[in-house]
Design a protein around this ligand. Structure first.
Ligand code: FAD
Length: 516
């Protein structure tokens, strides 16, 4: 009802100054804009903008903008806004294109290649509350390299750093540091946004707070993030990186939950599930050493489902003598299988950029650019046992097609004014099925099988009313989106109405359709 109302309102108000554009005149009308950057219409660029990491959806844009400055983005969006609803043109910001379901694509529309935006130049501010100002198209790996020059670094990460600031802030940005610092969207001080009307707006909690909170976790619906101010902390030099195994899920989650409630135990807490995998311990990167090699070599899982707790403790070179004792002390409170303690020590950069090592390996085997039917879920703590009992070992019978991560976070570190949707409880788990499909396989490693497995998992969660929310959500109909947002739906729609009333932005999320 509400949507229909606002669509009609905009149709009637815009029609008075609507310019009469036909599809064939759009390229030249865009080309006539006075920009520092440029548009590309060539097939190679358009095809690239129609791909993503998910490798399942390909929607070709009409044109790709390579912006040089925020005003290039503002001018383009304002031009499309002034065309009114009849132009049908939509705009998708494309970060590093690592979404899964075409979220950064715009069929027949304009894709903005955010990595071309190099302003502001990265600027690190040292002092009591250090921060860095970056372009929305900057890769997190580049931010890490730059801030480390000052022995500083962002506080909250994703597991993989070859993603852009705008891309992760549009979702949340979650990793093993989130239990302490919250997701990346809890670690931003200021943003510069281009709204769906082409206005450039600076915002923070204190200034234009509604826009600031809307955009964080907002799935690109309310504006394009062109600049962000990211909070920093002192960077450590090294990391103690630890893996221990459990066969008892209750002991595993009890230890995880106890660890995330302590302020000074470890700096990173994650975990993963191991189902029906042989030789895994030998395959861990060579530098992971068993604490007790003899006992570890005798460890036999008997085909049981195992749970690996993954921990990291940061330290500076000055702390090298005390870190071992501290780690030992914290480990002594845990209930893992004693023979399965594996340790390694790496520098901080290598620890944070660890997934890139796997990327290089997979690329060399042609296994990176395959379909990725990933499923990410937020599960309330009170339902995680029920979930595990039904899914692990039953619906999911092996984890050889990709890791299944599982770790808890504290809701108190998430700001409920942002747009991201999370479960109600104080602690909830991220469970991430990060599966790769073997192209053209009809077996359990094939796309069809994995998609149907994901469907069974989602259907079970719905049937059992576990209060689960999808992270990096993907739905096909507005009814499903409405259910995803639940009581927050009206507020989400209202925000859209204010900041992108023609639904020009991020059409690949398939939440709103441009009013035509
Ligand atoms: P894109 O795929 O380019 O864009 C994603 C969405 O954001 C699109 O809707 C797009 O229009 C919008 N968008 C992009 N840039 C902007 C902008 N500047 N302003 C407004 N909207 C914008 N996520 C986690 O939280 N934790 C992880 O540990 C994690 N690990 C990952 C590991 C891998 C290997 C991969 C492929 C993904 C991982 N992700 C993780 C998911 C990732 O954070 C999201 O898919 C993210 O959106 C990808 O960033 P991107 O720059 O590629 O964005």
């Amino acid at each position: 009802m509400f949507l229909t109302g606002f669509t009609i309102f905009f149709l009637t108000s815009i029609i008075t100054f609507q310019l009469n554009f036909s599809l064939s005149t759009i390229p030249s009308s865009l080309n006539s804009l006075p920009l520092g950057g440029h548009f590309s219409f060539d097939e190679f660029t358009l095809s690239h903008a129609a791909t993503d990491f998910g490798n399942r959806y390909q929607y070709h844009p009409m044109v790709v903008l390579h912006p040089e400055s925020v005003s290039d983005i503002a001018a383009t969006i304002q031009h499309i806004w002034l065309m009114g609803p009849s132009s049908q043109l939509t705009v998708a910001a494309r970060g590093h294109g690592h979404s899964l379901h075409g979220q950064a694509q715009a069929q027949g529309g304009v894709v903005i290649n955010m990595e071309s935006l190099k302003v502001p130049e990265m600027q690190v501010h040292v002092g009591n509350s250090p921060y860095v100002d970056v372009s929305g198209g900057e890769l997190w790996i580049n931010i890490l390299h730059e801030t480390l020059k000052y022995r500083l670094a962002p506080r909250s990460w994703t597991d993989y750093l070859h993603l852009t600031v705008g891309g992760t802030l549009s979702n949340a940005g979650v990793s093993g540091q989130a239990f302490r610092h919250g997701p990346q969207i809890s670690n931003v001080k200021q943003l510069e946004i281009v709204t769906g009307k082409g206005e450039v707006v600076n915002c923070s909690k204190e200034q234009n707070g509604e826009l600031f909170h809307s955009v964080l976790g907002g799935l690109g619906q309310f504006g394009i993030i062109t600049r962000a101010r990211i909070l920093l902390e002192q960077a450590p030099d090294m990391v103690k990186w630890i893996r221990v195994l459990y066969s008892d899920f209750t002991a595993f989650t009890r230890d995880q939950e106890q660890l995330i409630s302590s302020e000074n135990s470890f700096d990173y807490i994650e975990g993963f599930v191991i189902i029906n995998r042989t030789g895994l311990l030998n395959n861990w990167r060579p530098s992971f050493n068993p604490q007790d090699p003899v006992q570890a070599s005798q460890f036999n899982s008997d085909g049981k489902t195992l749970y690996c707790l993954e921990l990291a403790k940061y330290f500076t070179l000055e702390e090298i003598n005390v870190v071992n004792q501290e780690v030992e002390m914290h480990l002594s409170h845990l209930n893992y299988i004693p023979s399965t303690l594996f340790l390694t020590q790496v520098n901080y950069l290598d620890f944070l950029d660890r997934v890139h090592v796997s990327e290089v390996k997979l690329r060399s085997k042609g296994l990176w650019d395959v379909p990725h039917p990933w499923l990410n879920l937020f599960i309330p703590k009170s339902k995680i046992h029920q979930f595990a009992e039904v899914i692990f070992g039953n619906i999911l019978t092996e984890t050889s097609n990709g890791p299944v991560l599982i770790y808890p976070v504290n809701k108190s570190k998430w700001d409920k004014r942002t747009s991201v949707v999370i479960p109600e409880e104080d602690i909830f788990y991220l469970v991430a099925f990060l599966t790769s499909a073997v192209p053209s396989s009809n077996g359990t490693d094939g796309l069809e099988h994995i998609i149907s497995q994901n469907k069974r998992i989602v259907e079970y969660c719905e049937r059992a009313q576990l209060g689960v929310k999808q992270y990096l959500p993907h739905y096909r109909s507005q009814e499903e989106w409405r259910a995803h947002f639940g009581p927050e739906w009206e507020a989400f729609v209202q925000r859209k109405y204010v900041y992108d009333p023609l639904a020009i932005l991020a059409p690949g999320q398939r939440i709103f359709q441009k009013a035509i």
